[in-house]
Design a protein around this ligand. Sequence first.
Ligand SMILES: NC(=O)c1ccc[n+]([C@@H]2O[C@H](COP(=O)([O-])OP(=O)(O)OC[C@H]3O[C@@H](n4cnc5c(N)ncnc54)[C@H](OP(=O)(O)O)[C@@H]3O)[C@@H](O)[C@H]2O)c1
Length: 273
Amino acid sequence: MAYTIFITGTSSGLGKLTATHFAKQGWNVAATMRSPEKEKELTEYSNVKIFKLDVTDVQQAKQAVQDAIDSFGHIDVVVNNAGLGSYGALELASEENIDWQFAVNVRGPINIIRAFLPHFRERGHGKFINISSFMGITTAVPLGSLYNMSKFALEGLTEGLYYELKPLNISLHLIEQGGSSGNNFVENISWNINPAIKAYDDTTAKLKHLFANVNGSQLDDPMLIVDTISDLATGRNNKFRNIIGASGNALLQMRSSIPIEKYLEKMAANFGL
Ligand SMILES: NC(=O)c1ccc[n+]([C@@H]2O[C@H](COP(=O)([O-])OP(=O)(O)OC[C@H]3O[C@@H](n4cnc5c(N)ncnc54)[C@H](OP(=O)(O)O)[C@@H]3O)[C@@H](O)[C@H]2O)c1
């Protein structure tokens, strides 16, 4: 019996790469995305089925999960990958942007996990792999409070759930990645800006410059992440928290080795703050 993986946000980046990898490995893949009508690559695989899913929509989440289970008979592994970044000063963020950041990065995984729990309980096992970020364990740049909030929340959700799902033989894992190549993450960032308020302009310009100038040597190979997801899915790796890439590892090492006040000062100094 072929194994089956369900992945959110497979229209680009890590989601698409992961879906493609598992399809090539012979897994059945339930690839979900907001706009299936635009998809041209995943449609080429006979073992991939595409389902429409905006993770913020509770009814659509329930429907996509049920349709995927009905199509494949069962799901073994769920990857909560869909996510986006809202950057800019908290003061300048619209109410909609604040809610949307939480809705996609936190409420989304909650919707998917809740929709899958009856199926996993019935089967007596199941696995959730949640795509977080090293920004879910530490901070590193200014104007990222909403994104940090969302990924810190995903970390808390996943860690908290560990206790209630352990007796049900349902496992949870976190991927803490840094920047990687081949995704639309930076293009998809929604920037919170208000031309009438100049107080944050300098800091915003510095952060935008940093994002625009990230080069290949600072980005991780996304296949490192896909390989880790693959090892978790197949049980070769059972680590709860998987920190990937040199930059994330170095940062988290520093965060745990010096007092938080020193860490914050050091990070702020990188931006001349
Ligand atoms: N790239 C990085 O620097 C980085 C670093 C650390 C962590 N991450 C995390 O890695 C994950 C994948 O991001 P990526 O790097 O591959 O960037 P990406 O190319 O922008 O992919 C994000 C995916 O999420 C989807 N998405 C956004 N809102 C959605 C919604 N409401 N419902 C369903 N899907 C939605 C997007 O679909 P649409 O095409 O419909 O917008 C897209 O497929 C995210 O959770 C991100 O936070 C990324």
